[in-house]
Design a protein around this ligand. Sequence first.
Ligand SMILES: Nc1nc2c(ncn2[C@@H]2O[C@H](COP(=O)(O)OP(=O)(O)OP(=O)(O)O)[C@@H](O)[C@H]2O)c(=O)[nH]1
Length: 326
Amino acid sequence: MALTSKLQMGDSVSDAQFRQFRIFNEVDLKRIRPLLNQCRKEQLKAGDVMLRPEFGNSCMYLLLSGRVAVSLESLDASPLLELGSGECIGEMSVFDGRNPSAYVKAVEPCEVLVIESDTLWLLIDSSHSLCRNLLYFLSNRLRSGNDIVVVSKSREKEQEHAANVDALTGVNNRRWLLDMIETLHGQALLEQMPMAVLMLDVDHFKRFNDTYGHKSGDLVLQMVARTMRKSLRPSDMLARYGGEEFVVLLPRTPAKQARAVAERLRKAVERCQITAEQGQELPSVTISVGVSPLADNETIETAIELADQALYQAKHNGRNRIEIRP
Ligand SMILES: Nc1nc2c(ncn2[C@@H]2O[C@H](COP(=O)(O)OP(=O)(O)OP(=O)(O)O)[C@@H](O)[C@H]2O)c(=O)[nH]1
């Protein structure tokens, strides 16, 4: 620790000052005074480092004034928490003999009482109350550690969700679909179950965007996604594949049924009304659908390609229709 003081001892800290700190709650100060007087007092400048995991530590620091920041990954990482006067620092490494688990750095000028490990153990032997107060501090550390785990887990979940979900429509994205395809191939279930792929695309969407604006176009994509989601079974896998293109994987669905699903989706979209942000009614849109039941020993990737070709055929044959792959 980079310290800047001339030597001052614990006897320069009054009982009244010690009494403000949780660690001395109900502690007979008279009894432990001689031990406290042996501890030295140190001053830290803002930026001085008290603890770092790379170096061992044999003291507990009682923060008499000022604030310190605690960070995990590095000294410059954004701090997990700040500690103020009355807090104990470094006690865990005294108790378990291991290096500190975090970086601790002064964020403003601080004054600390440095309690060497031998003295700390003597203090513990001398006062049950102090021991109880230390348990309180350790429990708090454990709790804040648990809170941090909960927060970081939920952040992880949010990031995972964002990586797999299309922000505009709320349905899964292409990346999710590709991962899912890999999983399905990995499970080798495809050989035993009929599966079909649908590829759908909004008709004349460029014209719609050009006429009613990109924002209205976004509303259309949201409506199409919502309508499809409502019309599909929970086990069907819908993903936004590209701009105005969606792919649906239909597990356990033979060709005839896949065709019926495609037709149901086409009709559902055609019936939908879309209202612009300003409340103006927009014309309904249609979709074209390419249907590709999975042939024996065929990969889903190949089925998607063939669904795309069927979609192209549907466009060519007049749009607002479905076509089955050859
Ligand atoms: N509003 C909006 N438009 C998008 C989005 N992604 C892609 N597009 C638009 O979708 C349009 C697709 O146009 P094209 O590929 O020419 O197809 P199309 O006009 O639908 O014609 P057909 O598919 O042949 O019926 C382009 O104008 C893209 O800018 C999006 O997220 N929001």
